[in-house]
Design a protein around this ligand. Structure first.
Ligand code: GDP
Ligand code: MG
Length: 443
């Protein structure tokens, strides 16, 4: 996966203060590959990689994240930004009915989506009406009626003497009917062909002019990959639309189409359709799509939590101490760092899966949270002077501390030894650069 490859790329980076040009180039290659694997269109990949490189150049390597994580974070933020940031909401007309028109190729999933959207809107307390304005395919009207019935919403279909054969007339009449019968949302299903087709495009444009939709939604199959860009552009030129709906996200498409379309057209993706059932439908979540495109599962969540947990203040304090600016590293600091690790609680095991953390994996697997409780009890049984100057903890003090904490003298001995070891290790790390991961020593 991308994260594995990035973490390999950065193996040698620890200790450097800033991403080097060579590191950035190596990263760019990996991102480019990952995006192409996800079926993102090439021009979009190029543009995207260029902007990530630009941002990586200015970013410092420090704080809660290792370089690989830092780059993944930048990539993710750029992806989410292009995919629309916050989810875009449907605009409702001030004067009902709100008219939503669907456009897209045949088989994209418009008719299915019409019913899903109607059901969803009904759940939000509106009273939608579906309009069968696809008179191209023999079965299209029937299909919408069946789906509409399942969703429990009214379907306006052409009847003899009621605009049969003329989708523009059907759509226009449907709006009048909706006003008369107090349906506050009208969803107009339209015809599409297998490929981009001038005649069909004109028909869709005519329907648009007749019903003056509040929202035109371009419906596109996420599985079409590289073709998505051409199709999206053709519909943008031919009909125009306000937002995009991605369908068939239950398939194994990695979602490159979403990035390609959003990037090329600047239109937000609004809904996601992910199955054949009417309830397989949701608002589109740019963050979820970004992690799908990067194929990183929960990694981004972990990065976020690691960042939250990481207390920059505390780290700065510890770093200053290690560099001799805030006095020597004491048992109080040691305890504080232990508690920092505890804060990450259940995260610790998963942390081992983060890029760059492989070296700690074994320690993390053996890590026992109760161990921190024991350490805490022992340290808290010491006097402030002992904590500040652990060298003074001699034999008689050790047995007093053991009694006070309810532990054996050997436990106290072990802790003191571990402390001195940790201090030595941290001093070595401080000389080699910023501590990679405050809180780790002693685990
Ligand atoms: P239209 O030609 O644009 O109206 O497309 P349809 O709504 O008729 O859908 C074409 C086919 O795709 C049908 O067999 C649908 O059941 C199927 N379909 C639509 N949306 C989805 C989806 O989100 N997931 C899956 N797996 N199939 C879908
Ligand atoms: Mg259809």
């Amino acid at each position: 996966t991308l994260s594995d490859r990035l973490s390999d790329t950065f193996k040698n980076l620890r200790g450097k203060g800033r991403l080097s040009e060579a590191d950035i180039d190596a990263t760019a290659r990996e991102i480019r590959l990952a995006l192409l694997e996800a079926d993102v269109a090439l021009p979009v990949v190029k543009q995207f990689v260029a902007s990530v490189k630009e941002r990586a150049r200015g970013s410092e390597v420090s704080g809660a994240l290792n370089p690989a994580q830092q780059v993944i974070k930048i990539v993710n933020e750029e992806l989410v930004g292009i995919l629309g940031g916050e989810t875009r909401r449907l605009r409702f007309a001030k004067q009902p009915p709100t008219v939503i028109m669907l456009a897209g190729l045949q088989g994209a999933g418009k008719t299915t989506l019409a019913a899903k959207l109607a059901l969803w809107l009904k759940g939000q307390g509106t009273s939608p009406m579906l309009v069968a304005a696809d008179l191209q395919r023999p079965n299209a009207v029937k299909q919408l009626q069946v789906n509409g019935e399942r969703a429990g919403v009214t379907v306006f279909a052409p009847e003899p003497g009621n605009g049969v054969g003329d989708p523009v007339a059907v759509a226009r009449r449907a709006i009048e009917e909706a006003k008369r019968t107090l349906h506050d949302v009208v969803i107009v299903d339209t015809a599409g062909r297998l490929g981009i087709d001038a005649e069909l495009m004109q028909q869709a444009a005519d329907i648009r002019d007749a019903v003056q939709p509040d929202e035109v939604l371009f419906v596109v199959d996420a599985m079409i990959g590289q073709d998505a860009v051409n199709t999206a552009q053709a519909f943008l030129d031919g009909v125009g639309y306000d937002a995009v709906v991605l369908t068939k996200l239950d398939g194994d498409a990695r979602g490159g189409a979403a990035l390609s379309i959003a990037s090329m057209t600047g239109k937000p993706v609004m809904f996601a359709s992910n199955g054949e059932k009417l309830t397989d439908f949701d608002l589109f979540h740019p963050d979820r799509m970004a992690s799908r495109i990067l194929d990183m599962g929960d990694l981004l969540t972990l990065i976020e939590q690691a960042e939250k947990t990481f207390d920059a203040d505390q780290a700065a304090k510890a770093a200053a101490k290690l560099q001799g600016q805030g006095g020597e590293f004491t048992l109080d600091d040691f305890l504080e760092q232990m508690q920092q690790v505890r804060k990450m609680g259940s995260l610790t095991k998963m942390l081992g899966m983060l890029p760059g953390m492989g070296q700690f994996r074994e320690q993390l697997e053996n890590f026992d949270e109760r161990e921190i409780d024991r350490i805490q009890a022992i340290i808290q049984s010491m006097t402030p002077a002992e904590r500040a100057n652990p060298k003074m903890i001699d034999g008689s003090r050790r047995s007093r501390i053991a009694k006070g904490s309810g532990r054996a003298v050997s436990d106290v001995n072990q802790l003191v030894d571990r402390f001195f070891e940790a201090r030595k290790m941290m001093q070595q790390m401080a000389r080699g650069g910023a501590p990679a991961m405050p809180g780790m020593p002693g685990v």
